[in-house]
Design a protein around this ligand. Structure first.
Ligand code: AP5
Length: 194
């Protein structure tokens, strides 16, 4: 069964949409499993004796992040099974050294996706969600910076699409409409597998 990579800027609500997708898929009789790339990286780091908060991973030394990123991709590629595997991750990670690709060629070739999804929301809304989510230490950003990040995500998605041959679908997660976004995603995946 195919692998679908779902990405979105921090705070856009991709994890919320994917939680809703689980319920929609269950009702629609489609077997899916969702794996969060950051969680797999955290677990790898924890086993190495580095119990880091997920918001601290992007602040680590680049060599370490690269190594753990590749190990996570290897681990996730071993999770492919009978259902659709959804990988919750990022087109890029904002590190101290700059925008770093979440899906460089060594990662993409292991995940081998059939579909790339970008979850988007209005820039002002992303800024508000980041500010109001007190459970996390997200980087705050101005509307202009978020617009730049949305553009950068699309550029990287285009590059990933050329490298894999997988199409890119953009889904908007409008205020209060995460269920609608999940249903749209479900429709695309259903058509792909049936
Ligand atoms: P990750 O776990 O993906 O953290 P994140 O970037 O902060 O993303 P989240 O999943 O927490 O945010 P989200 O956009 O899904 O928003 P949420 O649903 O919570 O990654 C952690 C770290 O792992 C990264 O920083 C990086 O270091 C590392 N990593 C991951 N992938 C990597 C890769 N490929 N390579 C290297 N490193 C990698 O929603 C946010 C808020 O909005 C919530 O309060 C929610 O209730 C609200 N909300 C959501 N939808 C709506 C809506 N429609 N209307 C109103 N409110 C909404």
């Amino acid at each position: 069964m195919p692998t679908v990579i779902v990405t979105g800027l921090p705070g856009v609500g991709k994890t919320t949409v994917l939680e809703a997708l689980k319920g929609v898929s269950e009702r629609g009789g489609l077997s899916i499993s969702v794996v969060n790339f950051g969680t797999v990286m955290s677990e790898i780091l924890r086993k190495r004796g580095m119990a880091l908060d997920r918001d601290d991973i992007r602040r680590q030394d680049m060599a370490l992040q690269r190594e753990v990123q590749e190990e996570a991709a290897r681990e996730i590629s071993g999770m492919k099974g009978d259902g659709v595997l959804i990988v919750d991750t990022h087109m890029f990670v904002k590190t101290d050294s700059g925008f770093w690709p979440g899906l460089p060629i060594n990662v993409l070739s292991k995940l081998s996706p059939s579909l790339l999804v970008l979850i988007e929301a209005p820039p002002e809304e992303i800024a508000n969600r980041r500010r109001s989510d007190k459970s996390r230490r997200r980087d705050e950003a101005s509307r202009a910076l978020i617009e730049q990040e949305l553009d950068w995500s699309r550029f990287l998605a285009a590059a990933c699409s050329v490298m894999t041959g997988a199409p890119v679908k953009i889904i908007s997660n409008e205020p209060g409409k995460h269920l609608e976004a999940a249903e749209e995603l479900f429709g695309i995946i259903s058509r792909m597998v049936r």
